[in-house]
Every structure is written in structure tokens, then in C-alpha cells.
Design a binder for this molecule. Structure first.
Ligand SMILES: *Cc1c(COP(=O)(O)O)cnc(C)c1O
Length: 356
């Protein structure tokens, strides 16, 4: 089979080594003679996987001591309601920068007063609002670092003072260095840049356990419970954690998030240059807010009739996962960590050949 270039927005491409090692563990996990899929999560072999994965997250993101690293379930979408359930007392503040941010806002509204400080909804989320101040009396400020569907990305974070800064980093975590100490909490569904679907990474500052609202919080929704039990209060998503471990090991081996940033910048520059220089295509998001992870582009109106021919050319070149989200249309090339620059070059070649 010839190589497929996988531009899928999520679940997305992972390191080849993560697949190979995981396959071995499905057959014979850590010398137990049993599959990873059939052993107790309380055994020392899996406990080591859990501990190693936490350590890798800590090393890669330089997570300070006063933060816990948790592996939860329910996807980033569960965090949309778990956060206000825990932390919304009198007022929560949000930016509305895309579909995921909008869903997070809806969940917060179910728990209390929710203020939207900046929204680009009326511009179909084509830019990231920056013109707002986080009020000092907010319980927290929530933002989305990378808007997976619309291809925009925050390049800086507002000064929140003492207001806890909470960020959905589902689609750009591990893509570049991040100063964790600026955040009260970071969360990410694994399946965009960390591992397979089924596990959610939460990095939370320990003082947040004292800031929980005075309402009934189901045990499974308490961050402190998961912290006290090393993410094993109940059966954790064993296999997604294992595959994430191997994918994170690959990131570390090739130079960590600093190296990822260099790779990702090179990939994004290559593709945005091709779009900007093409008479056929145009980008859909504000240039200063363009995402390095999800590159959205459409045909110029006068060339729209060429869409079918271009789709066919992409297919012939083994380019997969390029269809834009239905709310934007056109194309979206997701350039997550494990995607090699050769795949981006293959796409650029098709765009350029198409032009000539
Ligand atoms: C994909 C995505 C989500 C939803 O993640 P699930 O794990 O499927 O719930 C939330 N936020 C962002 C930024 C995403 O890209």
C-alpha cells in the first residue's frame, strides 16, 4: 500500500512507533504473557504505564510541582460542564472563538451567570477577539487556545490577574512550549495531538481544589478525587493511556515540544505560503490569528467549479482527511505533530500542479 498522507482533524495521525509498540502490548504486555487489554489496571505493570505517562507530560510541558496531571474520561466535552460544575460560584467568563468554545459556554450557562467577553461569532469565527478585559471578580476565565474547526489560534493570553485562567488546549497541546504556570487548569481531549480518543488530559493547579462551588458535585466529577487516586479512582482508559505514552515518548525522543514547534512552524509556513501565492485558493481566517495546527482554505469564488477536479487530484496523491468542516466548507489540512513535512509538500505539489 502506498503511503496515505493523513490530514485528519481528529482522531488524527500518531507516531508510527506508537502503533508498533502498542501492537506488541496487545499481544504480550510488559512480559506478563497477557494482553494489555486483559490485565488489571491495579497491577504493577499498568501502574508503571500510568506513572511514566504522567512523568512524560510533566517533562514535555515543564509542569510545575504544584500542579497535578490527571487522565480522565468523557472527552474535552465533559470538561465543558465539569469546569462550571466545580468552579462557577457567582460569575464565569468566556471567549467565544468557535464551535467548541460555544459549547463550553452553553454548559456554563446551565450552572450560573456566564459572561462572554469577546466573540467572533458574527464573523463566522474567522478571528480571535483580543479586545476585552477579564473582570477581577470572575470565578475563572475560560478560553480555547486553538479553534480546530475555524483554523484560528491564540498567540497570547490575556492578563487575568488573580482570576484562574482555564484553557481548552485540545488541538494544540504539545505543539509548542507553553508556560503552564500562567494557567489554573489546562485540558485536552487526547485525540488531536496526544494519543487516541478515550482519554482527556487535565493539568490542574492544586489550589483549585479549594475553590470548588458549594453544590453537590458527583464523586466522578471531583478533580481532587482523581488527583488523590492517581487517576485510578475507577478503571482508567487503559489502552488510550498506553498509546499516548508511546506517542509522548516519540515526541520526547525527537526533541520535545521545542522541536515540535520548529517542525510545526515549517509545515504551516509551507502551506500558508502556497495558499497565499495561489491564484486559486484563499485562507479563511485572519492572517495574524492563523492556526499552525488546522489550516483552512477555500477556492476563490471564480474557481469554485474546479473543486471536483482538485478533490480527485488529492485522492490520486493519497491525501486524506482534507475536507473542511461543514460550517466553513472548502478544505482543512490538520498539521498535528506526527504529520511529516513531506505530507505537506505532497499537498503543496498537488496545489501547484493544479495551477499549471
Ligand atoms: C475536538 C475538540 C473538542 C471536543 O473533544 P472531545 O474529546 O471529542 O469531547 C473540544 N475542544 C476542542 C478545541 C477540540 O478541538
Amino acid at each position: 500500500m502506498s503511503k496515505i498522507h493523513n490530514f485528519s482533524a481528529g482522531p488524527s495521525i500518531l507516531a508510527e512507533s506508537a502503533f508498533e509498540k502498542s501492537i506488541q502490548d496487545i499481544k504480550n504486555f510488559a512480559g506478563t504473557g497477557l494482553s494489555i487489554l486483559e490485565v488489571s489496571h491495579r497491577g504493577k505493570e499498568f501502574e508503571k504505564v500510568m506513572a511514566d505517562t504522567v512523568t512524560l507530560v510533566r517533562e514535555l510541558l515543564n509542569v510545575p510541582e504544584n500542579y497535578d496531571v490527571l487522565f480522565l474520561q468523557g472527552g474535552a466535552s465533559t470538561q465543558f460542564f465539569q469546569i462550571p460544575m466545580n468552579f462557577l460560584k457567582t460569575k464565569a467568563t468566556y471567549t467565544q472563538t468557535g464551535t467548541w468554545a460555544s459549547r463550553a459556554i452553553i454548559e456554563a450557562q446551565g450552572f450560573g451567570h456566564t459572561e462572554v467577553l469577546g466573540s467572533s461569532k458574527s464573523a463566522n469565527f474567522s478571528f480571535v477577539p483580543k479586545d476585552y478585559t477579564v473582570p477581577a471578580d470572575a470565578d475563572y476565565f475560560h478560553c480555547t487556545s486553538n479553534n480546530t474547526i475555524f483554523g484560528t489560534q491564540m498567540k497570547s493570553y490575556p492578563n487575568c490577574g488573580d482570576v484562574p485562567l482555564i484553557c481548552d488546549m485540545s488541538s494544540d497541546i504539545f505543539s509548542k512550549p507553553v508556560d503552564v504556570s500562567k494557567f489554573a487548569m489546562i485540558y485536552a481531549g487526547a485525540q488531536k495531538n496526544m494519543g487516541p480518543a478515550g482519554v482527556t488530559l487535565v493539568i490542574i493547579r492544586k489550589d483549585m481544589y479549594q475553590k470548588v462551588a458549594d453544590r453537590h458535585i458527583p464523586t466522578m466529577m471531583k478533580y481532587s478525587i482523581h488527583a488523590e487516586n492517581d487517576s485510578m479512582y475507577n478503571t482508567p482508559p487503559v489502552f488510550p493511556i498506553l498509546v499516548s505514552k508511546y506517542n509522548l515518548e516519540w515526541m520526547k525522543a525527537v526533541g520535545g515540544v521545542e522541536a515540535m514547534a520548529v517542525r510545526n512552524t515549517a509545515k504551516a509556513d509551507l502551506l500558508y505560503n502556497a495558499i497565499d501565492n495561489s491564484p486559486y485558493f484563499k485562507g479563511t481566517s485572519a492572517i495574524e490569528d492563523r492556526s499552525q495546527m488546522n489550516v483552512c482554505f477555500v477556492f476563490e469564488e471564480e474557481h469554485l467549479h474546479l473543486e471536483e477536479a482538485f478533490n480527485l487530484a488529492c485522492k490520486e496523491a493519497n491525501l486524506s482527511g482534507l475536507k473542511g468542516h461543514r460550517s466553513v466548507g472548502g478544505y482543512r489540512a490538520s498539521l498535528y505533530n506526527a504529520l511529516p513535512i513531506e505530507s505537506v509538500q505532497a499537498l503543496v505539489n498537488v496545489m501547484e500542479n493544479f495551477a499549471s
